[in-house]
Design a protein around this ligand. Structure first.
Ligand SMILES: O=P(O)(O)OC[C@H]1O[C@@H](O)[C@H](O)[C@@H](O)[C@@H]1O
Length: 250
């Protein structure tokens, strides 16, 4: 049913890039933030400037991870370590949290100006899943999840939410660790083996694999090698859009 094994009774959806067309907005905001950071650093140190690559750096180091983990993981790939600072650091601070908060200012401005688009195939899938009696949750690294759900109205189609705020409050490690998905399954009252994970990020499918969920559906919105990379990192099946699962073409 719905492209899932028969024993699956719950669906755990990532948000950015799976339910909403916001992965590209995050990527653009990170690119602007990191390029500015790296350019200023290069002017200060005399080291050559190498831009953030939205096609390779984003999926490898940032996509699916919490804001702070994204900063740490990408900067580590360039041999740069910053002090963590404090989550309330101002956007000007050259700390992990400061850089993350700088990116958030850009992200929030873009969302305010352009709004948020959903994937129609995902909304159809959510409706079909609920009609079939499956439970649904969103499991996102983003602390902006409540706003995005409100803007899009998607909250009405979800039984539970585990997001960046919940993870911080409950001290849950983010993706690629499985803990946020495991918490989602727990909130829905199902065992991980009876839940399906839907993810577009490499860190996300890795989290699904690590949690031994019933099935991990990789969602490839970008093409190129991403579909194959999703499989290597833990996806059992890869689709371009959830409508393929409704049509039985996956
Ligand atoms: O900064 P936010 O909104 O808390 O989002 C955290 C992360 O959320 C993930 O869903 C995105 O893939 C990342 O790009 C983003 O950095």
């Amino acid at each position: 049913m719905l492209g899932l094994p028969d024993h699956v009774t719950a669906c755990l959806f990532d948000m950015d890039g799976v339910l909403t067309q916001t992965a590209t907005v995050h990527n653009a905001a990170w690119t602007e933030t990191f390029d500015d950071f790296l350019r200023r650093r290069s002017e200060r140190t005399g080291e050559p400037f190498t831009a953030f690559d939205p096609h390779s750096d984003y999926p490898k180091y940032v996509d699916g991870r919490t804001r702070a983990d994204g900063v740490r993981t990408f900067l580590a790939s360039r041999g740069i370590t910053l002090p963590d600072g404090d989550p309330d650091d101002p956007p000007e601070a050259d700390t992990v949290n400061g850089v993350g908060n700088r990116k958030n200012v850009i992200l929030v401005r873009r969302i305010k100006e352009d709004g948020v688009a959903v994937y129609d195939g995902s909304v159809d899938y959510l409706r079909a899943a609920r009609k079939a009696g499956l439970k649904t949750a969103v499991v996102s690294a983003s602390a902006n999840t409540p706003d995005i759900l409100r803007i899009t109205g998607l909250g009405d189609l979800l039984d539970a939410r585990v997001d960046g705020n919940v993870a911080r409050a409950e001290k849950l490690p983010g993706k690629p660790q499985p803990d946020t998905f495991l918490r989602g399954a727990e909130l829905l009252g199902v065992a991980p083996k009876d839940a399906a994970v839907f993810e577009d990020a490499l860190a996300g499918v890795a989290a699904g694999r690590a949690g031994n969920f019933g099935i991990v559906i990789g969602v490839d919105r970008v093409g190129g090698t991403h579909g194959a990379d999703l499989k290597t990192h833990g996806a059992d099946v890869v689709v371009r859009d959830l409508s393929e699962l409704l049509e039985g073409t996956a």
